[in-house]
Design a protein around this ligand. Structure first.
Ligand code: MG
Length: 381
């Protein structure tokens, strides 16, 4: 029984696709979405969850009237409720942004395994989340394609012999651009990712390379490895999803066609593997016309990568600041209130001026996040 937080988004709908193809193995305990009510209704009719959660009370009332047998919740408390409900063994967290933090902790505290597709939560609250995961003995199964790859490459190997993690990046739509060229890019260009079809926020993060920065911090917490042992390698074809190098020089990588349903399915079925032939054609090596190429990340143009390394190294509230500021700036860019380059320029400012706090509780992480968002909004007036 799986609960899906964020069931109408890109990961959520692909997760339901995996469940649809494996009805004998999985069923849906609960679904949640913010405002795509029409899509949620069709999901309720198809998957018959025990409970659902939406953002607004008025939507909850409307759904309750329509589906009398479904428990309907709303808002933050509702999310916590369905993240910890009894009839569910796994929670897929595919929420966007920091609102996933508390439900992640709630799921861990309730003993649920977590399929994890909400990197912002680990960036801001990695220490607290992983402590709770460990304390409660639950599994944290990465859904992010790179982290699923790393997870698979670590299976069956001794963790003490890991030399480095090779975190691959497609480079996004602006790979090869100079800093000057980045000044004039448009929203439409930024939303055109070459390899992956994803939600808007992560697509912008991929274009600015903030996504890769957040993934460095995500990997640091998921695999308990220092950021300096994580190397970003640009690999435009997105066929090698990431790799791990061991003490003896062996590099173990995970490859496949870029399709998020594969890491989702692996998180659901771990340690088994699902039959995915309906949706997954075999990787055709001979059709890789450009071959597989690898480049260092361009840190002169994309300063966001170093910002993430710095935030990770300095710890405390630095990653909270980076993440919170980025969420505000991306939202402003999506509403065409700022230019693309303003995202990274302002992130640099925020990080430079940040006065860090250490040893934060979950409550304090949330407080700090709110404070930073407020500061960034003021700064951008
Ligand atoms: Mg990724």
């Amino acid at each position: 029984m799986i609960s899906i937080l964020g069931s109408t988004g890109s990961i959520g709908t692909q997760a339901l696709d995996v469940i649809r193809g494996n009805r004998d193995k999985f069923s849906v305990a609960a679904l949640s979405c913010a405002s795509s009510i029409e899509l949620l209704c069709s999901q309720i009719e198809e998957f018959k969850p025990q409970a659902v959660c939406v953002a607004k009370q008025e939507d909850a009332l409307q759904i309750q009237r329509k589906y009398g047998n479904t428990e309907v919740y709303y808002g933050r408390d509702g999310l916590l409720e369905i993240a910890s409900m009894e009839d569910c063994d796994m929670v897929l967290n595919s929420l966007m942004g920091m609102k996933g933090l508390e439900p992640t902790i709630a799921a861990a505290e309730a003993g649920k395994n977590i399929a994890f597709a909400n990197k912002e939560t680990l960036v801001a609250g990695g220490e607290q989340v992983m402590r709770s995961v460990k304390k409660n003995g639950v599994r944290m199964l990465p859904v992010d394609s790179e982290h699923s790859a790393i997870f698979q490459c670590l299976e069956g190997n001794s963790r003490s012999s890991v030399r480095r993690i090779i975190l691959t990046a497609s480079g996004g739509p602006f790979r090869g651009y100079s800093l000057q060229e980045l000044e004039n890019v448009t929203l439409a260009q930024a939303l055109r990712h070459p390899n992956w079809s994803m939600g808007k926020k992560i697509t912008i993060d991929s274009a600015s390379m903030v996504n890769k920065g957040l993934e460095i911090i995500e990997a640091r917490w998921l695999f308990d490895i220092p950021a300096e042992d994580i190397q970003v390698v640009v690999h435009p074809q997105s066929v090698l999803h990431s790799a791990v190098e061991y003490a003896d020089g062996s590099v173990i990588g995970q490859m496949g066609n870029p399709d998020m349903r594969v890491p989702i399915a692996y998180a659901f079925s771990y340690p088994e593997r699902l039959e995915m032939l309906d949706s997954q054609e075999s990787l055709d090596f001979f059709s890789l016309k450009e071959g597989m190429t690898f480049y260092p990340a361009d840190r002169q143009t994309f300063k966001t990568i170093d910002l993430a390394y710095d935030a990770c190294r300095m710890g405390g509230s630095y990653p909270v600041a980076l993440n919170g500021a980025n969420e505000v700036l991306v939202d402003m860019f999506l509403h065409e209130k700022i230019r693309f380059i303003d995202i990274q320029n302002n992130l640099m400012k925020v990080m430079e001026n940040h006065r860090p706090k250490y040893n934060l509780s979950i409550g304090e992480v949330l407080e700090e996040d709110m404070k930073i968002r407020e500061e960034v909004r003021k700064m951008m007036l």
